[in-house]
Design a protein around this ligand. Sequence first.
Ligand code: G3P
Length: 223
Amino acid sequence: MLETPVIVVNFKLYEQASGKNGLNLAKIIDTVSKETGASIAVAVNPLDFKMIKNSVDMPVFLQHVDAVEFGAKTGRINVELAKEHGIDGILINHSERRMTIADIEYLVHRAKIVGVNTIVCTNNAKVSAAIAALSPDFIAMEPPELIGGDVSVSRARPEAITETIKIVNSVNPVPVLVGAGVKTGDDVKKAIELGAKGVLIASGIAKANDPRKAIIDLVQGLM
Ligand code: G3P
């Protein structure tokens, strides 16, 4: 299980965070995690996974796996195969990779059986409540309109964070991460003050001119 508070960095398919660039970025983040003692995990694409996993000590997640069993499934990967290759966890239902609730339930269930962490992404408080009933390890609530922007969820939608945590706790107290537009340590600090157990972030690190400086700044918000 991830230690909280945690910063989860989603590399998406940003060129600055893919292939050799992804490996360099992962090493920078891993070094900052070791230097500061901060709990940081990354979510990477399946092609880069092994190379990154073999070069860092922090947890490495996949950004998506398919809700399928082994068999005649061309172009798919499942959580069982991903586990065999050493993944620590999976992001599920990211805003850029939505799934049906039946598939989310299947994946959370299979991930528990094989022993990998699950972070299920949601877009608002009500969807978070529905997902809480499935008992994932984490819910990551991200208002889609703020994703990739410069205004953080902590600043623009603080009420969405508190409402999500309240409704999730009323169903099943799954720890809640928040994301979208997170860029600074102040954004992280504010999210945690509002009750979040950490943040999910992408462009603030992947597109930063100086990713090391950006991640160090974010980590200050955990302290
Ligand atoms: O997965 C994290 C994400 O969707 C938020 O993206 O660029 O707003 O940090 P970003």
